[in-house]
Design a protein around this ligand. Structure first.
Ligand SMILES: Cc1cc2nc3c(=O)[nH]c(=O)nc-3n(C[C@H](O)[C@H](O)[C@H](O)COP(=O)(O)OP(=O)(O)OC[C@H]3O[C@@H](n4cnc5c(N)ncnc54)[C@H](O)[C@@H]3O)c2cc1C
Length: 457
């Protein structure tokens, strides 16, 4: 690819987006060059900030013709280095495509620009008694385009599924600048390949998502949260299994451990929920119309796994206080160092064995490393954070990912492959799978313009 930006290209790009939205000064572009964790850093060749689909299409066509690779970037909250221009690529920032259309209360859908943040989408849905089914702690920055591109998961997957399940339609720009669009909102549409479904989870390698038709769900008026300190992972799993059967409003079942709790308390300056330590902490939330607290409390009172370490809350402020112990893990880990972040899933039957072996696996490789694990219990999805490793030292990452593969799991449950895990893709995808994915990439982006180096080694 052409390494020297010809000035005429910059002139043409400035003509498309306006000179204020083409950034070339390193002081202005550096913020787009590193990822949220600080582990991945690069220098964008330039940053271009189009305002609509036509501008995105024109920019991609120009960059493609000049052989300049492009990294689409939304809120830049990727935890796998997927939106970082590691090799001087151009950054295509989608933040200005933030328009959110009128909510359709009958169809329970809304049209949103790819750059709209999750928080803005929730704000738009709320007055209609609706909300968006995916929720993440990065909600103030993460964009719906980035969330679709990564097929984000989050804390309500148990009830509403992942991002792909919320996408009712999509418009996107392909590597040659052409626009594909399936936004009409027809409730059923079996006309050939489902391109939105293909682009969801493609991490900006197959197309640039510009607009989405998104499903909304009723916003429950009542909620109750319980935080429990339990004796074992086996108890945690049996409790959550029973809760799924007994509580129709169950929408979150999260887990964390003593070392993570201590990190959060120190970082946030808050007291732990109980003075004594517990083997595992489980947070469950039930939401619906009408009292949620009584059914949740009654359920917990009858469960043999639950002891004295149990707190329930229905008022918003109390619920937030309990949620903070779980939600502040990511920032507390980041404040403690530059983590290697592994987001894995293992079958529930193997979860206890994975947790029992994970620390030992890491310490065999690097005795000084520290492992902080938390995650979404119902899906066997654990965020394994390893502190104390050099950014380039992937020996412990590999050992953990091999353990996951041996136990029949996935090396990426919800964050994607990005650049952080591309070397390990073969651990849980077959040679035939990878060949099929490469064939799709080659067909849609033969010159490797979109996010080169992401997903594939
Ligand atoms: C505190 C915190 C908590 C988090 N919790 C969760 C969680 O619970 N579940 C979860 O799944 N993730 C979580 N994440 C990760 C992250 O927020 C998600 O991956 C999110 O979907 C990324 O959105 P973004 O707009 O920031 O995308 P970016 O980081 O900007 O980009 C992510 C990827 O998508 C591509 N991309 C971005 N926009 C587009 C577009 N419009 N078209 C095509 N490609 C695009 C990029 O090139 C990159 O490969 C968390 C992150 C943080 C910091």
């Amino acid at each position: 690819l052409n390494r020297d930006v010809p000035d005429p290209l910059l002139l043409r790009l400035a003509g498309i987006v306006g000179p204020d939205h083409l950034l070339t000064d390193p002081d202005m572009t550096s913020g787009y060059g590193s990822d949220w964790t600080g582990r991945f850093r690069g220098s964008p060749r330039f940053v271009v900030r189009p305002a609509d689909t036509a501008e995105v299409a024109a920019v991609v066509a120009e960059c493609g013709a000049a052989g300049i690779p492009v990294v689409p970037q939304g809120g830049n909250t990727s935890l796998v280095g997927g939106a970082t221009p590691l090799h001087g690529e151009a950054v295509l920032s989608l933040g200005r495509l933030s328009e959110i259309g009128a909510v359709d209360p009958a169809g329970q859908e809304v049209l949103a620009g790819a750059g709209a943040t999750l928080a803005a989408l929730q704000d738009a849905a709320r007055p209609h008694g609706l909300r968006f089914g995916v929720d993440l702690a990065s909600r103030d920055s993460a964009t719906v385009g980035g969330m679709a591109a990564t097929n984000a998961g989050g804390i309500h997957v148990l009830r509403h599924g992942m991002m792909r399940a919320q996408v009712a339609g999509m418009e996107a720009v392909l590597a040659d600048g052409s626009v594909i669009s399936r936004l009409t909102g027809a409730g059923k549409d079996n006309t050939g390949y489902d391109l939105p479904n293909l682009l969801a989870g493609s991490e900006g390698t197959l197309g640039v998502i510009t607009r989405l038709r998104l499903r909304l769900v009723p916003d429950p008026s009542d909620r109750a949260v319980a935080l429990l300190g339990l004796r074992s992972v086996a108890d945690a799993l049996s409790l959550v299994g029973a809760a799924r059967a007994a509580l129709p409003g169950l929408e979150a079942a999260e887990a964390f451990f003593q070392d993570g709790l201590e990190l959060v308390c120190a970082h946030a300056g808050v007291a732990p929920p109980w003075p004594e330590a517990h083997a595992v902490y489980v947070l469950v939330e039930s939401a619906g119309t009408g009292d949620q607290l009584s059914p949740l409390a009654e359920f917990l009172a009858e469960r043999p796994e639950v002891g004295l370490a149990a707190a329930v809350a229905a008022e918003a402020r109390d619920r937030e206080r309990l949620w903070a112990y779980r939600e502040r893990h990511t920032e507390a880990v980041n404040a403690a160092g530059v983590p290697h972040k592994l987001d894995v899933a293992v079958p529930l039957a193997a979860l206890e064995e994975f947790l029992a072996r994970a620390n030992e696996t890491v310490s065999t490789v690097e005795p000084n490393a520290r492992v902080v694990t938390f995650g979404h219990l119902a899906e066997g999805n654990l965020h394994v954070n390893i502190l104390g490793l050099e950014p380039e030292d992937e020996r412990a990452d590999e050992a953990i990912l091999r353990l996951v593969a041996d136990l029949g799991g996935s090396i990426s449950a919800e964050h994607g492959i990005g650049v952080a895990k591309r070397r390990f893709l073969h651990l849980t995808r077959s040679a035939a799978d990878i060949a099929a994915m490469r064939a799709l990439k080659a067909a849609l982006d033969p010159r490797g313009i979109l996010n080169p180096g992401v997903i594939f080694p």
